[in-house]
Design a protein around this ligand. Structure first.
Ligand SMILES: C[S@@+](CC[C@H](N)C(=O)[O-])C[C@H]1O[C@@H](n2cnc3c(N)ncnc32)[C@H](O)[C@@H]1O
Length: 211
């Protein structure tokens, strides 16, 4: 089994020349293989997040698993207060320099040290060790905010096709955790719709309102 925490910690242990969006996207792991995403797709995601959550001006938005802050950098243009957490200290150090207006903590998804008006969690649940950990993360989200938007979750119903596509793109098998849509049964679930994202057919999003 992959020790994802070490992988992400190592990923952040690099010097970078600038904190432009492409650099942040690469630090966050979207520069290779099937998971490749570009700046315009990140900006589309940011707009979709604000629209879907219906955030009021000045709302506190927490990104769980924010990495080096690629998504938070795209959210800077919106009238929201930004918070971020990630368990990889090396990535949080980059995020602090890249998005100085946001407030960051090094923490696990199961121990959220903030309260917020909403949580967004993009492309993180696949790295959790098991469904029990994911359940504890959702309980922590519920304690921290009234609503959580969880994006880019591997869909168990498409696992074979997803693993085949990932293998063709050079990834090792069995590295990601897949979820039945019923895991998020208390929320609204829909297929990832981001244009030209190669993993979109194998991923879904979930909007959970806790109140
Ligand atoms: C693919 S990156 C996505 C980063 C960011 N959400 C984005 O969209 O640019 C996954 C991130 O999730 C973080 N992560 C994975 N599992 C985590 C956990 N259990 N607790 C906190 N962070 C976690 C990793 O350290 C990494 O920064």
């Amino acid at each position: 089994m992959v020790n994802w925490r070490d992988v992400w910690e190592r990923k952040g242990r690099v010097e970078v020349d600038s904190y432009d969006l492409e650099t942040l996207i690469a630090l966050d792991g979207f520069d290779v293989g099937l998971g490749k995403l570009g700046g315009s797709q990140f900006r589309q995601l940011a707009a979709m997040i604000v629209r879907t959550l219906g955030l009021a001006p000045g709302a506190r938005l927490l990104e769980v698993g924010c990495g080096a802050g690629a998504l938070l950098a795209c959210l800077l243009g919106f009238d929201v207060e930004l918070l971020g957490l990630d368990y990889a200290e090396s990535l949080i150090e980059h995020a602090r320099r890249a998005v100085p207006k946001a407030v960051f903590e090094v923490a696990e998804a199961t121990a959220v040290p903030f309260t917020a008006d909403a949580i967004v969690c993009h492309s993180v649940f696949q790295y959790f060790p098991d469904l029990s950990y994911a359940r504890r993360a959702l309980a922590a989200f519920q304690r921290a905010a009234p609503v959580a938007l969880i994006l880019d979750v591997p869909d168990l119903a498409t696992r074979d096709a997803a693993e085949e596509a990932r293998a063709a793109a050079g990834s090792k098998p069995g590295e990601h955790l897949y979820y039945p849509r019923s895991f998020f049964a208390t929320g609204e679930v829909w297929t990832h719709e981001l244009q030209s994202y190669a993993q979109a057919p194998f991923r879904f999003n979930a909007l959970l309102r806790f109140e």
